[in-house]
Structure formats: structure tokens, C-alpha cells
Write a protein that binds this ligand. Structure first.
Ligand SMILES: NC(=O)c1ccc[n+]([C@@H]2O[C@H](COP(=O)([O-])OP(=O)(O)OC[C@H]3O[C@@H](n4cnc5c(N)ncnc54)[C@H](O)[C@@H]3O)[C@@H](O)[C@H]2O)c1
Ligand SMILES: O=C(O)C(=O)C[C@@H](O)[C@H](O)[C@H](O)COP(=O)(O)O
Ligand SMILES: [Zn+2]
Length: 380
């Protein structure tokens, strides 16, 4: 059961100005208690809540009751937790359940859960009846700071991560940071990797802030709301500049070229590797690759790794439970990356902390040499 927002608990609003697809992100403790009113204000008659069995058991009933009290017909569609749920089979299940519930284009699909539920439900909303409005109620740190914002939706293919999907912006994002009190610590750490990402991309001051304040973020102090809101501001700014990733938006992929290849190799098995862990390893690899190419100092790469190790995240290929495959398997995974242009790899590299850039046309031979060097190296 979700606690109501205390009268003095602040709500931070981040507006995403995307013309006729503009929306607000609300961040604060206890916002689920206001979800009925805030969602009813969108003017729908019915809502299908998509959730996974972990989150549904904790918060599904409260959300459905709140909507019904505001006169919306609410139904709940429950999927299995974990990355393997971002599949063709789950897409079919969710689309059919949305249609079965007679959700019209002007009604709502509500994603209540982490990024897995958000990506799957968002994609179902994008394609059912060729487009139904949807709302994100993110419940993991990762989904509050990243996946609920920006409109990327989709599922995985055996060929790679998120290879089937659509851009479909939400109409509203409600991030109740109190819900993170029930999030398992491993998932909290994984989501935190995407928080650090914003500092590494273009905001060295925010990386300093993370080093100083991460414990408050984990403990649920005011630092948590600040980290979520600042991450949403940073992501919204990039998305507004380049909604469909024709340029700058690729910066948000820092660490993902390596990370997605690792997720494919581990067959989307959340017991072995979750997305944020892949991103943590991938960001360290991106910084060490940048140092290997002479673009950034080894000290900066070491500082990135030190912070991620401090919070308990994996940072090396060797940290993947059950192994990371071979260099050829890694390169094979990267060849399916959506940033590939004219057959050549694109990486997000860095000249230092907060100085990342999009690098096209990276030679495979250099990536191979770097990966062999990584495998031979031991942690300092
Ligand atoms: N669309 C985007 O822009 C974008 C951005 C980043 C990541 N992603 C995607 O997001 C996914 C990862 O999302 P995630 O890290 O949230 O994983 P997840 O959705 O699997 O959630 C993590 C786990 O925590 C549980 N959980 C979630 N909220 C909880 C809560 N409040 N209390 C207790 N348990 C809770 C879930 O049931 C699940 O077991 C990946 O598929 C990744 O590709 C998408
Ligand atoms: O929103 C974006 O753009 C991102 O790249 C955010 C990433 O954290 C996220 O994992 C995203 O789903 C990756 O997108 P993809 O296009 O590389 O599949
Ligand atoms: Zn990501």
C-alpha cells in the first residue's frame, strides 16, 4: 500500500517541451497517493495498468482503486518480472489484453514498474490500435531517472537489445521516489549507473555531486529526489534537441555499445546481468577505451571505476557471472548496434569526465585490440 504524500513533501516538476507531444514529469515522495487525480486529469475513460508480478503485488491494487475512485474503468495486466519479458510473446500478451479490455485510442495504457514494463507497455501502446496514449509510473530507480522519459519503447530480439520498437512519448510521468524503499539493493545500484551516466556525459559537477551524495540517494533522503529530478532534466534536454536520435541523443548511449553486447551474450538473463550492470561495465570500458586511444587520461578512467566499485557495481568484463563470451561474440553483438553506420561501429567516447562525444567509424581492429588488452589486464 502506498503512503500518501506528506503535506510538506516537495514535488519537483520537469516539463518536456516537445510541441504537441509535450508532457510533465512529477518527482516526489508519496505521489502514488495522488495518481488517481493526476491521471484522471488527462481525461480518459479507461486505463489498462501493465505491471510485473513483483510490483503489481505491492502497488497494483492501490493504483487501480485510485483510478476507479476517479471514475476510470481500470484493469491490470501482469507480466513476469525480468529482462526476458521484453519479448515478442509478451508483446502479444499485452496487446491482446489491452484490446480485450476495450482500451480506445483516447484511453490509457499505464506502465507501473521498472524499465522492462515501461519499454514493453510503451511499445504495446504504440502499436495497439496504431497508437494509444500512455502514462509512465516508474517504480525502479532506473526507470525514474531514464527509461520513463524520452519515448524509446521496444523489446529485445535474439539478434540484440531493443532491436524492435518505436518512439512513443508518454502523456505523463509520475515518479514516486518513496516506491524505491522496496526496491532490492541490486536493482538500486543498477539504476544508479544511469544516474552517474549524466555526469559522465556532459556534467562533471554532477559527477562530483554523485561521489559526495550517493549514500543519500540510496538511503532515500532529499538527495534521492534531487538525483531523479536532475537526471530527468538532463535527459529531457537531450531528447528535446534530438527526439529520434539523429545526432546528439546517441550520447545517452554511453556504455551501451559494450553493455548491450553483454546483455545479448548473457541471453537477457537477469540473474546474471541486469541492464544497469551492463551499463556500469560498459561505461568503464568506454572510458578505458578512450584512454587506450589516447583521448582521455587513465586517471579519469580510474576515477569512474572507483566510484562505481564504491557503490557495489561491476566494472570489468570478468565481473559478469558465468563469463562474458569471446571477443568475437562481443564484436558480433556490437555489429547489431543501432548506431552502426555504413557497417562501421559508433561509440560514445570521452575526453574526460563530463566530456563525452559521439565517435563514428571506429575501426574493429582497434576495438579488438582493446578488448584483448582488457581481458589480459587485472584490476589495479
Ligand atoms: N526506454 C529507455 O529509454 C530505457 C532507458 C534505460 C533502460 N531501459 C530498459 O529498462 C530495462 C531495465 O529497467 P529496470 O532496471 O527498471 O529493470 P526491471 O524493470 O526489470 O525492474 C527491476 C526489478 O525490480 C523490481 N521492482 C521494480 N520496482 C520495484 C519496487 N518499487 N519495489 C520492489 N521491486 C521493484 C521488478 O519487479 C524487477 O524485478 C532494460 O530493459 C533497459 O533496456 C530503457
Ligand atoms: O533514451 C535514450 O536514447 C537512451 O539511449 C537511454 C538508454 O539508457 C537506454 O538503455 C535505451 O533504451 C537504449 O536505447 P537503444 O536505442 O540503444 O536501444
Ligand atoms: Zn540504458
Amino acid at each position: 500500500m502506498a503512503a500518501a504524500r506528506a503535506p510538506d513533501a516537495p514535488v519537483i516538476t520537469v516539463h518536456v517541451p516537445l510541441g504537441d507531444r509535450a508532457y510533465d514529469i512529477f518527482v516526489g515522495r508519496g505521489l502514488l497517493g495522488e495518481a488517481g487525480a493526476r491521471i484522471a486529469a488527462l481525461g480518459a475513460r479507461a486505463a489498462a495498468i501493465v505491471t510485473d508480478s513483483n510490483v503489481g503485488a505491492l502497488y497494483g491494487g492501490a493504483l487501480a482503486d485510485a483510478l476507479q475512485q476517479r471514475g476510470l474503468r481500470a484493469s491490470i495486466i501482469t507480466v513476469a518480472p525480468g529482462e526476458a519479458t521484453k519479448s515478442y510473446a509478451s508483446l502479444e500478451t499485452v496487446c491482446d489484453a489491452v484490446l480485450e479490455a476495450r482500451i480506445e485510442r483516447g484511453d490509457l495504457v499505464i506502465a507501473l514498474g521498472g524499465g522492462v514494463v515501461g519499454d514493453l507497455a510503451g511499445f504495446a501502446a504504440a502499436v495497439a490500435r496504431r497508437g494509444v496514449r500512455f502514462v509512465q509510473v516508474p517504480t525502479s530507480l532506473l526507470s525514474q531517472v531514464d527509461s520513463s522519459v524520452g519515448g524509446k519503447t521496444g523489446i529485445n530480439s535474439r539478434h540484440g537489445k531493443n532491436l524492435v520498437g518505436a518512439f512513443h512519448q508518454p502523456s505523463l510521468v509520475l515518479a514516486d521516489t518513496a516506491l524505491l524503499d522496496t526496491l532490492p539493493i541490486r536493482e538500486m545500484r543498477a539504476g544508479y549507473a544511469e544516474v552517474v551516466k549524466y555526469g559522465l556525459i556532459d556534467d562533471a559537477g554532477f559527477f562530483d555531486w554523485c561521489e559526495a551524495n550517493w549514500q543519500g540517494v540510496f538511503a532515500g533522503g532529499p538527495e534521492r529526489n534531487e538525483a531523479v529530478a536532475q537526471s530527468c532534466r538532463a535527459k529531457a534536454a537531450v531528447v528535446v534537441r534530438d527526439e529520434r536520435e539523429e545526432g546528439d541523443r546517441a550520447l545517452l548511449n554511453l556504455g551501451h555499445t559494450f553493455g548491450h553486447a553483454l546483455e545479448r551474450i548473457t541471453r537477457y538473463d537477469s540473474a546474471r546481468l541486469v541492464h544497469g550492470e551492463g551499463v556500469a561495465i560498459g561505461m568503464c570500458l568506454a572510458f578505458r577505451f578512450s584512454a587506450f586511444l589516447g583521448l582521455c587520461s587513465a586517471d579519469d578512467a580510474t576515477r569512474v571505476e572507483r566510484h562505481l566499485v564504491t557503490v557495489g557495481l561491476p566494472t570489468r568484463l570478468q565481473d559478469v557471472p558465468g563469463g562474458f563470451g569471446t571477443v568475437d561474440e562481443l564484436l558480433d553483438g556490437m555489429a547489431q548496434d543501432k548506431k552502426v553506420k555504413a557497417g562501421a561501429l559508433t561509440f560514445i567516447l570521452a575526453r574526460g569526465i563530463g566530456q563525452s562525444f559521439v565517435a563514428h567509424g571506429i575501426e574493429i581492429a582497434k576495438v579488438r585490440a582493446f578488448l584483448n588488452h582488457e581481458i589480459a589486464a587485472t584490476r589495479t
